[in-house]
Design a protein around this ligand. Sequence first.
Ligand code: ZN
Length: 234
Amino acid sequence: MENNPEEEAKQILEKLRPGGMWEPAGLGLSYIREGATELKLVQQENTPIAAQARVRMRVLVESIGWTIDEEEVSMVDTSHLSPQEKHMHEIMLRQQSAQRWPCPKCETPLVAFPLEQAVWQFDGQQEMRLPDGEIEEVEQWCVIIECPVCDTKVPMEPYDFGLIAGDDLMTTYTNEVAKFIVMSRMEVIQKVDAKSSDVIILGTFCPFSGSLLPPHVRGTNVTWSELADKGEEE
Ligand SMILES: [Zn+2]
């Protein structure tokens, strides 16, 4: 597939969630989608590469009929940051932008949804082409959350859900029979020393119901508790 830069930019921007973040690789620029065809430049790394890219990106984005608001750009000096620190910084920015994602129908922020009731849904396998040309089957999952105001069901990418859900919800998983809580190393040690019987290591399937587990809890040490009322809403 050969795409020109305009086509590529257009495709990326049209797919971007309102309030979602776009960080073209290696440029040191962070944009957020503000409106139907409007971006806001929120952050620029303090480097010549980013300064030049900012001008090029503006020309590119305006050539496809979008606008960029460059009024409130925060300049960050990343030269003293280690790769890990840069990565942490990027995640923080993404989490901040995720706070603003709205319900597609009524604009209620997704973070205000009852996220603890999110449902992990397996959507089957999809073929993906790896960089070396090999084809691999990859499991497709989405997380369904429901708007408390207009009842719209919003399917999210697991990664995006992680951004709004935070660690506590990402280390808890409830299926039709049990609730699993991922343990820290200290918790595992304490449980094992105390010879607790509610400690297990999860594989691909739920050890009680046999149903498929979502990838983020596989291979983790968990404590579990049986659901009191199976199939009934709390
Ligand atoms: Zn809504």
